[in-house]
Structures are given as C-alpha cells and as structure tokens.
Design a protein around this ligand. Structure first.
Ligand SMILES: Cc1cc2nc3c(=O)[nH]c(=O)nc-3n(C[C@H](O)[C@H](O)[C@H](O)COP(=O)(O)OP(=O)(O)OC[C@H]3O[C@@H](n4cnc5c(N)ncnc54)[C@H](O)[C@@H]3O)c2cc1C
Length: 343
C-alpha cells in the first residue's frame, strides 16, 4: 500500500543503512521523502558484517560511543518489528573467545571496561572452555576462555536494506537512482546528506577518514558442520576475527586498513588469507564451507569515532561518519535526525 502525504519535503542523499532508516523515520513522522542514491557498488552497508557490536566495541577512551551504541541497540527490536521481521535478525548473543593466555587477558581488559560503564553485570558473563564448547560445539579445542555477551546479536545487513527498501515503497518514499553533485541542485524543504564516504564531496566542512575492510561470505553445504548460534568474536594471537551467523552460512570479518584510498574496494589476497586462517583456527569445520564471496568496503570514519549528526544550515542536515558501527547506530541516528527536523 502506498501512502499519499501532504507534509513538507525531505530529500535524503544516500541510500545506505543511514539514509535508508532516516528516510523511513521521517516518512513515519509525516515528511514527504525522496531518496537520491547512485547505486549499491560503493555502499558500505552492503558489505558489512551486521554485528550489533556494543560491549565488544567498548574501548577505553570511547565511552561516549559505547553509551550511544547501547542506546541504539536497545532501539533495534522495535525497528525490526516495524520492518516486518523478514528474517533480519540472525543472532541474539555474542560469544567472545580466546586461544592463548595473552588473548584471554585482552578480553578480560575489555570486560573490565564494560563492567565500569554501568551496564547490568549479567550482560557480560565469563565462560570457561567447557562451557563454551557446550554451547558452541563446533569451536576449536584450542579455545580456552571467553565471555558471553547477552543481547549483543547480529542482523543480516542485506536483508535489512531490502526490508528498508520495501518499507519505503509502502510509506511513499520515492527513490531516484542518480548521483547528486551539489546539494543546491536538490529541490526540497530540507536536505539530509547521509552519503557515507560521499559526504565530504557534498559538504566540504565534513571530514572523514576512509578505513578499508575485507570480509568473506562462506556458505554451508551438505558436508558442512552447522552454523554457530551466536556471533563468535575471537582474539587469535593478537588479531580479531568474527563469525556472524547467516541463514546460509557465516560472514567472516574483518580486516581494517586506515587511512586508505577511498576508491579501492578490491579484496587483497593477504587479507583474505589472514581471515581464513584465523576463522578456521577458531572453527576448523569452516574448511568445508563454500567460499561464496570475498569483498571489501570502506568504513566512513570520523576523527573521534562518533557519528556526525547535526544541522549544517537552515535547510541542510548531515548524518555520516559512522565508521565501524553504522548498522548498530542506525536507530539512534534516525531518532536524532527526526528530532533535528523538528517533526
Ligand atoms: C568490512 C566492513 C564490515 C563492517 N561491519 C559492520 C558491523 O558488523 N556492524 C556495524 O554496525 N557496522 C559495520 N560496518 C560499518 C558500516 O557498514 C558503515 O558504518 C555503514 O554502512 C555506513 O552507512 P552509510 O549509509 O553512512 O554509508 P553507505 O552504506 O556507504 O551508503 C552511502 C550511500 O550514499 C551513496 N552516495 C554517496 N555519494 C552520493 C552522491 N553524491 N549522490 C548520490 N548518492 C551518493 C552511495 O552510493 C551509498 O549508496 C562495516 C563496514 C565494513 C567496510
């Protein structure tokens, strides 16, 4: 069902997860919304792992980002309901695991930071090796310690984008497959620039650092062991690797090179080799999975790791710079944009 509206008009430049969710939130608030997007090939939101990383993204010095991530994660269930579920959520919890004493110590320091942030203590529970293998039997016998992060799940980001697009159709949001080179060319009462790494070209005062990341998609076949039930976030000899469950397999991520040329989206052999080595170290049965896709994307990072969500002038707003956390931070971004619009 397409809704006909008569409210003020909002143009959203960028149709990734940030532009997409802001467009829908604004339409739900009564705006007539047009999305301008030049296509999926440069979209970080297509590439992402889809983890709702909150506790696991808590790093000393990033207390504000941590608080924002916790706030945003709590908003996801109502958004998933708004989008009609559509199999978007693929895991409800995360399991952090380590194989060496040094990696275990790294996880304990992460836990200390999280426990100091006034979240309920039972959100992050220490697990011994036997407890870990009891809940995830496919993990390597080398895994010797870890933590269960309750409520820190994952979304299938491609299903999410498809569901947002379908919801746009029903809410009367109009899509225009085109590139915008100048905000002044867009006719609308208000303009939201949510163009990921394309944002600085439209708003030169916004500066973002491109951080390239490689990521793999492995599909289960009839010879494979089962997909983990939880997001597995492993520390393997100083590297981080994660396995994110999907209906058809797992997403293995992710490398990070920063800064990097923002037009280089080819996965390199070395990054792919490292991800496969670490992933099969943690879950040996992954060797039987099909390597369906090796991809790379560019994380649009701000200088302080916080997203830039603000009014630029009377007609223009920006929502960009979500770095490694754009899927997590999408709901809180939409809420702030709608508040800035004054709807
Ligand atoms: C390897 C990797 C793994 C990641 N994993 C996670 C994860 O597990 N969890 C998480 O929360 N985040 C993750 N991220 C980060 C997340 O993907 C980004 O933060 C998020 O996708 C940014 O969304 P966006 O909508 O701002 O940008 P994008 O998704 O890049 O969308 C911007 C859109 O704007 C369009 N555009 C740009 N310029 C113009 C223009 N001039 N005119 C018209 N259209 C334009 C582009 O074509 C694109 O479609 C990951 C990122 C990478 C690279």
């Amino acid at each position: 069902m397409t809704t006909t509206r008569s409210g003020p008009t909002l143009a959203v430049i960028g149709g990734g997860v940030i532009g997409g969710i802001c467009a829908l939130a604004a339409a739900d608030a009564g705006w007539r919304v047009h999305v301008y997007d030049d296509g999926p090939t440069t979209r970080a939101s297509e590439v992402a792992g889809g983890m709702l990383g909150t506790l696991g993204e808590g790093h000393p010095g990033e207390d504000d980002l941590f608080a924002l991530s916790v706030e945003s994660t709590a908003l996801w269930p109502s958004w998933i309901e708004r989008l009609g579920d559509a199999g978007i959520a693929t895991a409800a919890d995360s399991l952090f695991v380590a194989t060496t004493a040094a990696d275990g110590e790294y996880l304990r320091q992460m836990a200390q930071f999280v426990w100091a942030q006034q979240i309920p203590q039972d959100r992050l529970t220490p697990m011994r090796a036997a407890q870990i293998r009891a809940v995830e039997p496919a993990l390597s016998t080398r895994v010797n310690s870890g933590f269960l992060a309750s409520g820190e799940g994952a979304l299938d980001n491609r299903r999410l984008l498809a569901a947002l697009h379908a919801a746009h159709g029903e809410a009367g949001v109009h899509w225009h497959r085109m590139r915008i080179d100048d905000v002044a060319d867009v006719r609308a009462d208000q303009v939201l620039v949510a163009a990921g790494m394309g944002t600085p070209a439209l708003l030169p005062d916004i500066s973002l650092v491109p951080a390239k990341g490689e990521i793999l998609r492995l599909h289960r076949n009839r010879y494979s062991v089962g997909v983990p039930q939880r997001v597995i976030r492993a520390r393997v000899e100083g590297h981080n690797v994660y396995l994110v469950p999907r209906a058809d397999g797992v997403v293995v991520g992710a490398t990070q090179y920063e800064p990097f040329a923002d037009d280089d989206r080819a996965p390199q052999a070395g990054g792919v080799a490292d991800l496969l080595a670490d992933a099969t170290e943690i879950m040996p049965g992954l060797r039987t999975y099909d390597l369906a896709e090796a991809g790379a994307g560019i994380r649009p990072c701000s200088a302080d790791a916080l997203p830039i969500i603000e009014r630029v002038d009377d007609r223009t707003l920006v929502a960009a710079g979500h770095g490694r956390n754009g899927i997590v931070l999408a709901p809180v971004t939409a809420a702030r944009v709608v508040a800035l619009l004054g709807a």
